[in-house]
Design a protein around this ligand. Structure first.
Ligand code: ZN
Length: 170
């Protein structure tokens, strides 16, 4: 989640080209690791496991309740996803919004994905949608997407509340 147009970053981007990229293979992917760690949902910050996708809290949130929705399959590009998985992802984003509205009544959401390292994807190997709840006056949009800010509620506490509400509502 970096700013969209910053030509001075080209050196930084170039430096990734020869490196082994994070999350390039399923055995080095934090999403696959979290999804397949049976019985460790709490430690892995898993909020909900659905049929074709799952919901996980972001360890480095841009705002309280920043979650990500990712397909169960290790896949990097949206165009490679089967239609039923696309449907499942959007449906799960919708459920996540309902869960957050139930818990903390955000005034709005930033929802989006970055495809490819150059576009700002931190884990380019496993595509994922970000859902960032927003409240009036929390901060302006740019600080939210360009830097980590201090979030008062602990991640463990947030995981528990979200996971519990997912079960209650669906
Ligand atoms: Zn993966």
């Amino acid at each position: 989640m970096d700013i969209l147009w910053s030509p001075w970053r080209s050196k930084y981007i170039q430096s990734f080209k020869d490196e082994k990229k994070d999350g390039e293979s399923p055995d080095k992917c934090i999403f696959c690791e979290a999804l397949h760690a049976e019985g460790q949902e709490k430690e892995m910050l898993i909020v909900s496991k659905e049929d074709k996708c799952f919901v996980i809290l972001n360890k480095f949130p841009y705002n309280g309740g920043h979650i990500m929705v990712a397909p169960n399959k290790h896949i990097s590009n949206l165009e490679e996803l089967e239609d039923d998985v696309v449907f499942a992802l959007i449906k799960t984003i919708k459920k996540s919004i309902k869960v957050m509205e139930h818990i903390s009544k955000p005034h709005g959401f930033n929802i989006g994905m970055n495809q490819g390292r150059v576009a700002g994807a931190g884990i380019p190997g496993h595509l994922h949608f970000h859902i960032v709840p927003r409240w009036n006056g929390d901060t302006s949009f740019m600080p939210v997407i360009s830097d980590t800010k201090v979030v008062s509620q602990s991640l463990e506490e947030t995981q528990q509340i979200l996971a519990k509400t997912f079960i209650e509502l669906f």
